[in-house]
Design a protein around this ligand. Structure first.
Ligand SMILES: C[S@@+](CC[C@H](N)C(=O)[O-])C[C@H]1O[C@@H](n2cnc3c(N)ncnc32)[C@H](O)[C@@H]1O
Length: 279
């Protein structure tokens, strides 16, 4: 699939003639078409799993399609964050997206919140993801407000952060490192700062957990993935994506010191949380 953006610069000239009448001229100065490939996610269509899942070049190539078809209500969560950001942050604030992948979240937020004049910084350690993020940012003429950095989110400094987003990324960090990571985010924020944490979650209620997984697989089938693909992807993610329960994620946020913590979106085994640092 290809996404196409048309950049069109037009100038309207109103010329006054000697007889007093006017003539309007529209001058199209240039037109540019930019294409960016959005390949369909067929990574597991053969059912073969040759290696554990990782954020490599092949995944980056199909990642936008994978996200749209694998994370239920992905854009609804972004819309919820946009509404909360508009409530809680001042204009001109700096917002980080940790594990930003191809930059979709920041692009969407900048489109939805033009009046907030936020400075957006996306951080990821996968070069292919960042390459795509930068190309998308250029395509939508957002390079002045969107910055993408290659770094390790567990170590990098986050200067001037007023808000931090960490969506579907904590689940890829080793469980034993998660508390220290969330504590670092807390320390990086000023009083009143915001953290968004969205994750795939498990339920400790065993029967309901199985139901939720079944419902999620039905969602993926509706998105066009075959049983074979779903099983193969699940196997590839087995020791790579380790979900916590909602309660465990809340405990991490409390353990870091966050003051107010609330779920703003939940769909079976997907949960989005907001956490506020005391003002
Ligand atoms: C599932 S994706 C995140 C999706 C993205 N937040 C969104 O909502 O569109 C996880 C991302 O985290 C990145 N990542 C994982 N561990 C990382 C680390 N230690 N430092 C930086 N990036 C990391 C991966 O490269 C990948 O792009």
């Amino acid at each position: 699939m290809l996404q196409k953006v048309v950049h069109l610069a037009a100038l309207l000239l109103v010329v006054l003639r000697p007889n007093g009448s006017t003539v309007s001229l529209i001058i199209v100065s240039w037109t540019r078409f930019t294409y960016i490939s959005m390949a369909d996610d067929t990574l597991y269509s053969t059912g073969m799993v040759e290696e554990d899942f990782s954020f490599n070049d092949r995944v980056a190539e199909v990642f936008d399609d994978m996200l749209d078809r694998s994370i239920p209500y992905y854009r609804t969560v972004i819309e919820g964050m946009a509404q909360l950001l508009a409530c809680r942050l001042a204009t001109g604030a700096t917002l980080y997206d940790l594990g930003c992948s191809t930059g979709t979240t920041l692009l969407e937020l900048s489109r939805r919140l033009p009046a907030m004049n936020f400075h957006y910084i996306g951080i990821d350690n996968a070069p292919a993801m960042l390459d795509k993020a930068r190309r998308k940012s250029a395509m939508y003429s957002k390079t002045a407000i969107l910055e993408f950095r290659q770094d390790d989110i567990t170590r990098c400094a986050l200067p001037a952060a007023s808000g931090i987003i960490c969506n579907y990324t904590l689940q890829f960090l080793r469980p034993l490192t998660r508390q220290a990571f969330v504590r670092r985010l807390y320390e990086a924020l000023p009083p009143g700062g915001i953290l968004f944490l969205s994750e795939k979650t498990i339920s400790h209620a065993g029967r309901l957990n199985r139901d939720f997984i079944e419902i999620y697989h039905s969602f993926k089938k509706q998105q066009g993935y075959s049983e074979l693909e779903i099983a193969a992807k699940r196997e590839a993610l087995e020791n790579v994506l380790i979900p916590f329960s909602l309660q465990e994620n809340i405990a991490l946020l409390q353990g870091a010191g966050f003051d107010e913590i609330e779920t703003f979106f939940k769909w079976f085994n997907f949960t989005a949380l907001i956490a506020l640092k005391r003002p």
